[in-house]
Write a protein that binds this ligand. Structure first.
Ligand SMILES: *[C@@H]1O[C@H](CO)[C@@H](O)[C@H](O)[C@H]1NC(C)=O
Ligand SMILES: *[C@@H]1O[C@H](CO)[C@@H](O)[C@H](O)[C@H]1NC(C)=O
Ligand SMILES: *[C@@H]1O[C@H](CO)[C@@H](O)[C@H](O)[C@H]1NC(C)=O
Ligand SMILES: *[C@@H]1O[C@H](CO)[C@@H](O)[C@H](O)[C@H]1NC(C)=O
Ligand SMILES: *[C@@H]1O[C@H](CO)[C@@H](O)[C@H](O)[C@H]1NC(C)=O
Length: 437
């Protein structure tokens, strides 16, 4: 603890010297892609990244929120920056931010508290709590990449974000100061990064269970050690939910989360009997459908789907002589590892198949992404019951995404997935973070 301020200032100096040397050496440098590191907190199972923001720069640790509408950070405590600005009500920045409110603040002016600035609702999507906050802009520094290593640090002078309060941090990993929203919105980070450097509105995420994962913004390639380029992704349309799924929103706002069209769920090629109406998004209410989320550690299914799915899995496991044991919360079905083989793709258990737009477009989930080790000799099916009133019927969570590269192309509305990289002899922790700048 005592040494952290020293490490911190060394880091600041490092980032500073990198960014000043790049801007003087080659002012016209334009990156093709950017990267952010992603790590998993082992106690909350949340994923975090670091946004280098403000003047002087601060390495702000924030929760990585795939479907979040925007970046929000705590401005109540320790927000000091000479480049902070809060746009005037009804300015162009406010309309980009989708804000039509105008704030008044009855305490001395500071970041997050100004008069005649536009307001927004920063959303803690872990606890599903939103408050009122101020729309703001500040400088952000971020590493570029050529696809296999980090390169020069580049600056975005006026990145739009929302000021939240210290209270809103409750429920987030300790040490984080907000959430980095990667959702589909004009002020979502992928859209702002693309706009800043005129590259494709596209990004890819590779989560790791224990190591350092990575997110790429802009164009590929996506290269992991030992020199393995991940290409040939299977793609499916990204669907738009016309009703926001945020904790608070203006009426008429679309969801910033990423939905895909799962049409059936199979286990070892056998269709699980479920009410397929639940797999569709209801256009009037926004209820139903399948979304992808990094704030849910495990895939969550509406109760009737969860029960049918678990029974089918237990049946297929029994057919392989896998012994069921007592459940361990939050999971429904657990098994002894005694009769279970181990392969390169994890435990040799029944394969889960999410069928997409046609029978030959399938997201295959093998043991590496279905079974959670809860003790030396017990593994559990890593899916949880979302209740009978689940707003979204299937929420594909972090554990099912780990060591899979998933790509979100916002311009062409397509989602691409690699299936487990273990099958390609690499992992999401294998990006080479050694800078070549
Ligand atoms: C905003 O305006 C009100 C009323 O004029 C004033 O009392 C308050 O101090 C102002 N707040 C800030 C942050 O300037
Ligand atoms: C990225 O740059 C490094 C260092 O110059 C080089 O070794 C590597 O091959 C480059 N990768 C790509 C995909 O161009
Ligand atoms: C299927 O789910 C929809 C939406 O919840 C419901 O209206 C319908 O009654 C269900 N159908 C059956 C056969 O349970
Ligand atoms: C399961 O066990 C039974 C009885 O021991 C045996 O006959 C059968 O072949 C086993 N099945 C598999 C898939 O191992
Ligand atoms: C990572 O990249 C650096 C810079 O290109 C290179 O020197 C190093 O050998 C790479 N690491 C591995 C494990 O290949």
């Amino acid at each position: 603890m005592a040494s952290s301020p020293i490490i911190f200032s060394v880091l600041l100096l490092f980032v500073f010297s990198l960014s000043s040397s790049t801007s003087s050496a080659q002012p016209s440098f334009r990156p093709k892609a950017l990267i952010l590191p992603i790590t998993k907190d082992q106690s909350t199972l949340q994923y975090t990244t670091v946004i280098n923001q403000r003047t002087p720069l601060v390495a702000a640790s924030v929760v990585f929120d795939l479907g979040g509408r925007n970046l929000w950070v705590d401005c109540d405590k320790n927000y000091v920056s000479s480049t902070y600005t809060s746009p005037r009500c009804r300015s162009a920045v406010c309309s980009r931010a989708g804000s039509d409110g105008c704030s008044q603040c009855f305490s001395p002016p500071r970041p997050g508290c100004n008069n005649n600035t536009c307001s927004a609702t920063p959303d803690n999507t872990v606890t599903r709590t939103a408050t009122s906050g101020e729309v703001a802009t500040d400088v952000v520094s971020i590493q570029s990449t050529n696809g296999s290593n980090p390169g020069r640090v580049v600056k975005i002078p006026n990145l739009i974000f929302v000021c939240g309060s210290t209270n809103l941090l409750q429920g987030l990993v300790s040490g984080t100061v907000g959430m980095a929203g990667m959702g589909r919105h004009e002020i979502g980070l992928p859209s702002q990064f693309a706009a800043a450097f005129s590259f494709n509105r596209k990004f890819a995420v590779c989560l790791s269970s224990g190591g350092r994962g990575v997110a790429f913004y802009g164009n590929g390639p996506y290269v992991f050690l030992p020199g393995i380029q991940i290409s040939g992704l299977t793609t499916t349309p990204l669907l738009i939910n016309p009703v926001s799924t945020a904790s608070a929103f203006l009426s008429g706002e679309k969801s910033s989360e990423y939905f895909i069209g799962v049409t059936a769920i199979k286990i070892d090629e056998k269709t699980v009997p479920i009410n397929t109406t639940l797999l569709k998004i209801d256009g009037a209410t926004g209820i139903g459908g399948t979304k992808i989320s990094t704030v849910n550690p495990y895939t969550v299914m509406e109760t009737s789907i969860f029960n049918a799915f678990t029974s089918a899995f237990v049946r297929e496991a029994a057919a392989r002589n896998i012994t069921r044991v007592s459940s361990v919360t939050p999971f429904g079905a657990c098994f002894s590892t005694a009769n279970v083989g181990v392969t390169r793709l994890g435990y040799a258990v029944p394969e889960i198949q999410l069928v997409l737009q046609s029978n030959d477009v399938v997201w295959r989930i093998t043991g590496s992404n279905s079974m959670v080790s809860v003790s030396d000799d017990v593994i559990c099916l890593g899916f949880v019951d979302g209740g009978v009133n689940a707003r979204t019927s299937v929420v594909i969570g972090g554990f099912q995404l780990e060591d899979n590269l998933v790509e979100f192309d916002l311009a062409s509305n397509r989602f691409g997935f690699s299936s487990t990289l273990l099958g390609r002899r690499t992992t999401c922790a294998n990006f080479n973070f050694t800078s070549t700048a």
